[in-house]
Each structure stands twice: as structure tokens, then as C-alpha cells.
Design a protein around this ligand. Structure first.
Ligand code: NAD
Length: 255
């Protein structure tokens, strides 16, 4: 039986992914802050280490899939915690579980990015350079110094996308596929919190996808399920926008 670890399993996109993968016959090991097979705080190095150790024990060191959904939006308590969960909470899980994935059958990884990752200028931020250099203390300090949670969010999603693309060569050599799914607006508690926030609510209400509505979590999970399946056996190192046309609208001439 295919064994897949899913982070952020307790809510929103992660919960929808767990449901679909279980229905497709995977054994799913969920990780979240609460209501999960493995309860862990992915915002800290100690929490991530504990999550990796518990996941390795639960799968006996052999893993076929990893889907990293756990993430925080711009309404999180601080910019640094956004970077901690959205970047290091994904990349350290990939690195910690890489050997187990290499022992798995047709292993595949999906990281949940965001259409926000294409926001111009993210590649120039020192916070992003620190993330990509693996300098967690530096990245967290830069994020809090900027005090722009929306930049911490977009920057963390840009960095995690770059991380995945850079991993295409080393993971491909080990037979592990890795891809990023970049959602637009998805009806989850994360979006509800942003919409209710006076800083972001109006922009979120005004930024409507060309398709004329937001997504349901299952519409994102459908694409994750495909990427984790053998039908996607030659899809590797790429970014799939599942955004109702937002990226096409905002950068039609760049792809
Ligand atoms: P959600 O709030 O419903 O789910 C996020 C999950 O992550 C929650 O279960 C939460 O407990 C978990 N989590 C947060 N911090 C954690 C921590 N420190 N340790 C362990 N688990 C933690 O939100 P969602 O919309 O389903 O978000 C899933 C992913 O999708 C996130 O990475 C988010 O950035 C991304 N995303 C969401 C949208 C959207 O509009 N909802 C758009 C683009 C990308």
C-alpha cells in the first residue's frame, strides 16, 4: 500500500488531500498542530525534527509520498512564524524524509505554494536569500525587521517554489518526483481570516479570478492527487497554477 505523509492534515487543502488520497488507497499519515496522527509544531526546528522522527517511525523508514500543505497566511501572529512554517516547515520535511522516499515505490512530493509567489521583487529580498541559504535565524530576523506579513507570505512561497525547482536534479537522480501546486483563492479558514482582516480584506474581495469565483479545497486536492499518481509519472520540477486564471491574467506574457 502506498504510504503518504501529509502536513496541514487537519484543515482546508490538507484535509481534502488526506480524504482523496485515502479514497485512492493510500495509507495517510497526517501531521498538524492538532487533530492529527502526528501532532507537531512545524514553526520550530525542534518541532520539525520531532515530526520527521515520528513520520519515519510510522512508515518504518519507507515512504512513497509527501504532500506539504501546512502553512500560515499573512494574519499569523508574526512574519517570522510565517517564514518558519511556510518555508522551513516544508523544506526540512523534504530533506528529513528524502532517504525514506528514495526507498519508496515511485515516490512523489508536492509542496503547496501560492499564486502570491509570482509577486514582483520577491527574488531581491534578503529574507528570501537567507531562506534559500538555509539561514533560519537570519531569515526570521529579516522577516520581522520588514514587518510586512504579506511580503513574508509571498516571499516564503517564492522561496519554497525555488527550493522545489532546485531539487528537481538531485531528487530526480534518486527517482523522486517533486512539484509545486500554486493555488489562487481557496475557501478555507486561512482565506476567511485574511478576508476578515482590515489590512487585506478589501484587496482579497477585489482580486477575483477570471473564472469568477474562488476554489473549493477539493479542486486543489484533485490536482495534488493527480501529481501523486502514476498518471503524472513524467511531471517533475514544475509549478502547476490552480488559480482560476489569476496567473494568466496577471502575467500573460511570462511563463
Ligand atoms: P488552513 O488554515 O485551512 O490549513 C492550514 C493547516 O496548517 C492547519 O491545519 C494548521 O493547523 C496547519 N499549520 C499551521 N501552522 C502549523 C504549525 N506551526 N505546525 C503544524 N501545522 C500547522 O489553510 P489552507 O488554505 O488549507 O492552507 C494550506 C496551504 O495552502 C498553505 O500552505 C497555504 O499557504 C496554501 N494556500 C492557501 C490559499 C487559500 O486561499 N486558502 C491560497 C494559496 C495557497
Amino acid at each position: 500500500m502506498t504510504v503518504t505523509v501529509v502536513t496541514g492534515s487537519a484543515s482546508g487543502i490538507g484535509a481534502a488531500v488526506c480524504k482523496q488520497l485515502a479514497k485512492a488507497g493510500h495509507r495517510v499519515i497526517g501531521i498538524d498542530r492538532q487533530n492529527a496522527d502526528i501532532v507537531a509544531d512545524l514553526s520550530t526546528a525542534a518541532g520539525r525534527k520531532a515530526a520527521v522522527e515520528a513520520a519515519l517511525a510510522a512508515c518504518d523508514g519507507v515512504l512513497d509520498g509527501l504532500v506539504c500543505c501546512a502553512g500560515l497566511g499573512p494574519t499569523a501572529p508574526s512574519s517570522s512564524v510565517i517564514v518558519g512554517v511556510n518555508y522551513f516547515g516544508m523544506t526540512e520535511l523534504v530533506e528529513g524524509l528524502e532517504d525514506a522516499l528514495a526507498r519508496g515505490s515511485k515516490p512523489a512530493v508536492v509542496l503547496i505554494g501560492s499564486v502570491a509567489s509570482v509577486h514582483p521583487g520577491m527574488d531581491k529580498l534578503p529574507m528570501v536569500s537567507a531562506m534559500l541559504a538555509g539561514d533560519e535565524a537570519g531569515a526570521l530576523a529579516q522577516a520581522d525587521a520588514m514587518a510586512m506579513p504579506q511580503a513574508a507570505y509571498a516571499g516564503s512561497k517564492y522561496a519554497v517554489t525555488v527550493f522545489a525547482r532546485r531539487k528537481a536534479v538531485p531528487l530526480g537522480a534518486r527517482g523522486i518526483r517533486i512539484n509545486v501546486v500554486a493555488p489562487g483563492a481557496v475557501e478555507t479558514p486561512l482565506l476567511d481570516a485574511s478576508r476578515a482582516d482590515p489590512r487585506y480584506g478589501e484587496a482579497i474581495r477585489n482580486f477575483v479570478a477570471p473564472i469568477g469565483r474562488n476554489s473549493a479545497p477539493d479542486e486543489i486536492a484533485n490536482v495534488v492527487s493527480f501529481l501523486q499518481s502514476e498518471q503524472a509519472s513524467f511531471v517533475h520540477g514544475t509549478v502547476v497554477f490552480v488559480d482560476g486564471g489569476m496567473d494568466g491574467m496577471s502575467r500573460s506574457d511570462r511563463f
